[in-house]
Design a protein around this ligand. Structure first.
Ligand SMILES: Nc1ncnc2c1ncn2[C@@H]1O[C@H](COP(=O)(O)OP(=O)(O)OP(=O)(O)O)[C@@H](O)[C@H]1O
Ligand SMILES: [Mg+2]
Length: 254
């Protein structure tokens, strides 16, 4: 669903608020709202760009089908009624659309640790510290809770799960890749299908943890460029490219 631009709240963001990026979106902290973030689509991976690169049969889909923010808005809205106890705890709560200097963005829960730092992903944690006893405990707790709330998801990827480091214990939250990977819409999944899907996703998650732990133990994890990019601080050149801004014009302005 498209939202009328002028009815939206405006949030003034700068390049310094840009704290992380994925393959599709740029993530910003929100001035004076420590528990919120804004995600805007990457201009260098825009829905139009992705549609143009897609196989012909997929190009028949609407532009929104290639828009991660539109998809997340739809899925998180459905999950608020489907698994309300998960929102803001195991998955982000969606606070709707906002205008930003970098295009329209989605306002979402930002997970932070007790010390105020933005929570790292499981991937970042493993590259730095491997699988510690605390991480193992957090994974076991997450699996119990995930089964209980039974949130449908696509693959549970290590860079889409963050670790909320509380004083006494760590808790995991899934920040991306939610919703049914199946052809059926969320509400149409039978409880038995939902349970089977959860178990399959959790088994695949375990396997992914084990494989990535082996790579980390061999010191090979960051050899893959995309892992390096996700686990190291972003430089300004990357941020400007992702936002589609000309460095010569943009530096100083933002
Ligand atoms: N709610 C959040 N709390 C803490 N960190 C977050 C949050 N959302 C995103 N991040 C950080 O920003 C990164 C990119 O976010 P996100 O996964 O939403 O982008 P994306 O482009 O949709 O990713 P993908 O490449 O998986 O499609 C995450 O890997 C994580 O490091
Ligand atoms: Mg992601």
């Amino acid at each position: 669903m498209r939202i009328a631009q002028d009815s939206m709240q405006t949030i003034d963001l700068s390049l310094d608020d840009f704290f992380a990026a994925g393959g599709n979106r740029c993530c910003f902290t929100v001035p004076e709202k420590t528990n919120l973030c804004v995600k805007v689509n990457r201009v260098d991976r825009s829905p139009a760009f992705k549609k143009a690169k897609a196989p012909i049969y997929k190009r028949l889909r609407s532009l929104d089908a290639f828009d991660e923010n539109q998809e997340e808005y739809r899925v998180l809205g459905a999950l608020e009624t489907f698994a309300p106890e998960a929102a803001g705890r195991l998955i982000p709560k969606c606070h709707g659309w906002v205008n930003t200097p970098f295009g329209s963005g989605l306002l979402l829960t930002l997970f932070r640790n007790a010390d105020g730092n933005v929570s790292d992903t499981v991937e970042m944690e493993m590259v730095r510290n491997g699988v510690t006893a605390e991480l193992k405990r957090a994974v076991a707790l997450f699996k119990e809770e995930w089964r209980e709330v039974a949130v449908p998801s696509r693959q549970l990827l290590l860079h889409n799960i963050v670790i909320n480091k509380d004083k006494n214990h760590w808790r995991l939250a899934v920040i991306d890749g939610l919703g049914s990977g199946e052809a059926l819409p969320l509400g149409k999944l039978l409880p038995s299908m939902r349970r089977r899907q959860i178990e399959r996703r959790l088994d695949q998650f375990d396997k992914r943890l084990e494989d990535f732990n082996n790579l980390c133990a061999k010191g090979l994890a960051v050899d893959k460029g995309w892992v390096r990019q996700r686990t190291e601080p972003l430089d300004n050149a990357f941020k400007l490219k992702a936002l589609g801004l000309d460095p010569d014009v943009a530096v100083g302005k933002w």
